[in-house]
Design a protein around this ligand. Sequence first.
Ligand code: UD1
Length: 431
Amino acid sequence: MDRIAIIGGARLEGEIPISGAKNSAIKLMAASLLTDEPLRLTNMPRLADTRFLGRLLQRLGAEVVDQDGADGPETVLTTREIVSGFAPYDLVRQMRASFNVLGPLLARTGQAKVSLPGGCSIGARPVDLHLKALEALGARIDLHEGYVYAQAPRGLKGGEISFPFVSVGATEHTLLAAVLAEGETVIGNAACEPEITDLADCLNRMGAKVSGAGTPTIRVTGVSRLTGATHPVLPDRIETGTYALAAAMAGGEVRLTGTRADLITALIEKMREAGVDVAEHADGMTIRRGPERLKAVEITTDPYPGFATDLQAQFMALMTLADGESVIRETIFENRFMHVPELARLGADISVQGGEARVRGVAGLNGAQVMATDLRASVSLVIAGLAAKGETIVNRVYHLDRGFERLEEKLGACGAQVRRLRGEPVEEAAD
Ligand code: UD1
């Protein structure tokens, strides 16, 4: 199992290119099941999660080709025929988003058998909203021994769905099924995350009729078939925010390119409030932080455009050294403070009660061995390590590899002392 070793204290100077969004790429890859023509995704991140989903799609009948295009890495997915509608437990358990193949399989062939994903380290994470939405589109759903058996022998029909609360995955899943359903579908209380808009844009390029993506009401007029298309994956807003916070933690001046400041407006506002200088450009932003101590600020995670839960752990790492007490409220997932005891090993002073963490800024952190528990928590430990005295070793970095492409290289190019200690390969993922 690989580990990452960081020697803290180096200021960061340079440029970091931001990759395509993991959370978009994996839904766009699932969309390729909806057509027998090639879907070419450009600006593709090369991550454990995308490789993993590629393998599942191949089992279902897709041909998946990774190649270097004129503008960087791309993947071409072609599913001339669905050869299997079965997604086994072992594959879905390892990556939750694999569950999203259910909708496209059902829409294209009228049947599917897909394992329930089960819980994960950040909470129970049920899929009840996904299943209710597919039922509203006319699917017959039976649950047996951990599997979803879904059928729509005469095809899916448009329907009205109003979610009781915002779910990114359920909104995307409904879109992936509704584009080939007969008639109109209206999705109420839809998630407004940029990844939803990206998926809708891609589906429209494939010939779908989706309007209202990015607002709480999405309308889909079903079409009988979709075609191939070329679509650039949205820049990764979580990677963008993570490196912005890394630069703020270490100090110095870092330019983030190939991304968009408007994807992380809520974070930028909080970083400015804390005393970080953020200059926005057409292709990204520059983060500057001098030697002065940052101020403690409060955050509450919320659906987009609120503060992203996927940046909560990284922001907490920044607050461990701020002046004063910061209150961090997590409202999306019930168990998303697992980084707290690990940050405490580095000397942070944090107490947690329910969904609220109080971070009392300390004068300095000290390097130690820490354990990555999930994807975003693990990168918060890397951020903390950048400012800790001495060496921090982050264990179980396979979590990191799921969502961050060439992390050591990107940070190293800006002067950070980060290296990978190679261990035995691991075939495990989590959420
Ligand atoms: C996606 C992101 C994840 C991000 C999250 C919230 C991907 C692969 N993952 O996860 O990185 O942290 O959005 O921005 O895109 N829920 C239910 N029933 C359901 C579905 C969800 O109760 O059927 C609950 C979840 O347990 C959670 C909340 O709804 O408490 C929001 O989850 P959701 O927005 O669906 O997150 P994901 O799509 O799983």
